[in-house]
Write a protein that binds this ligand. Structure first.
Ligand code: NAP
Length: 187
């Protein structure tokens, strides 16, 4: 599951759980982006990584990978998937991410190669209309996740405005954000 996770929230966790159940996955690997391509400012990788670890700690089938963080330069999904394919040659790999991100896949690096490296699972917010990208038949599966009404943008804004984020993100993530004064919140 790839994402900037700035911050990780309960919508991501419910989406991961729903996709794992629907596709009978053994494990969901959360892969926070290192330096996201096409984005100017994001929270430090160490903070985004630690929040992902805190959020997934209780679920033995959820793990967090630093492969995108450890690779220097901009994060391209083709590099992520090549590396995962090498690490797990026998695995069936599904790349789960937000449908808005998937809709721009044609502009991603080496986009033609992506379809051979993994199947794509695009999770959508309820009632959200999408521009579907050109892709081989069956290469992308769409799954609507009601809990994705929660968004990282909304959480960052709520923190900046001093509004509560309890129950939108795991308790440990609420505390991490407060302790480190992320998103312009009061420490
Ligand atoms: P984004 O533009 O920050 O997010 C687009 C939308 O998708 C937002 O609504 C976001 O909601 C949602 N989203 C993102 N990740 C999600 C996830 N794991 N589960 C559910 N919803 C998710 O997208 P991004 O985070 O930068 O990128 C997503 C993935 O695509 C990353 O792995 C990134 O490396 C990859 N990507 C690759 C390329 C490339 O190879 N050139 C280009 C763009 C993206 P929230 O803000 O609430 O998460």
């Amino acid at each position: 599951m790839g994402g900037t996770f700035d911050p990780i929230h309960n919508g991501h966790l419910v989406a991961a759980s729903e996709v794992a159940a629907a596709l009978n996955l053994d494990e969901v690997l959360f892969v926070p982006t290192g330096q996201p391509w096409q984005k100017d400012e994001v929270t430090a990788t160490s903070d985004r990584y630690l929040m992902a670890e805190i959020a997934t700690a209780a679920n033995p089938r959820f793990k967090v990978s630093t492969i995108d963080i450890d690779r220097s330069g901009p994060t391209y999904t083709v590099d992520t998937l090549r590396e995962l394919r090498e690490l797990h040659p026998e695995a069936d790999i599904f790349f789960i991410t937000g449908a808005d991100a998937v809709s721009s896949i044609a502009s991603w690096k080496d986009s033609g190669e992506l379809w051979d490296l993994a199947k794509f699972v695009a999770v959508t917010r309820p009632g959200h209309l999408l521009d579907l990208p050109d892709s081989p038949t069956g290469a992308i599966e769409f799954l609507e996740i009601p809990a994705l009404a929660i968004s990282s943008t909304d959480i960052r804004q709520r923190v900046a405005e001093g509004k509560p984020i309890w129950y939108l993100v795991p308790d440990g993530v609420v505390q991490f954000i407060a302790k480190h004064g992320l998103y312009g919140g009061v420490q």
